[in-house]
Design a protein around this ligand. Structure first.
Ligand code: SF4
Length: 60
């Protein structure tokens, strides 16, 4: 399995994402893509991490 490296510049609490370092609350990617699902975003909830990939199991 590829070793995950904490990216101190990207804090994240989305434990359902396979890129998340759950115990440290950081992302492991070098770079992420952020977007929105709204026409006119006004609050954080309007934005999305487009690099999210659903975690599928414990032992991949
Ligand atoms: S890819 Fe996005 S959702 Fe997944 S851990 Fe990184 S910042 Fe969080």
């Amino acid at each position: 399995m590829e070793e995950m490296k904490k990216n101190k510049s990207i804090k994240c609490d989305v434990s359902q994402c396979r890129h998340n370092m759950v115990s440290e609350h950081f992302c492991s990617l070098d770079c992420i893509s952020v977007g929105t699902h709204e026409d006119d975003p006004t609050v954080p909830e309007c934005t999305d991490c487009n690099s999210f990939v659903k975690r599928t199991g414990c032992c991949e």
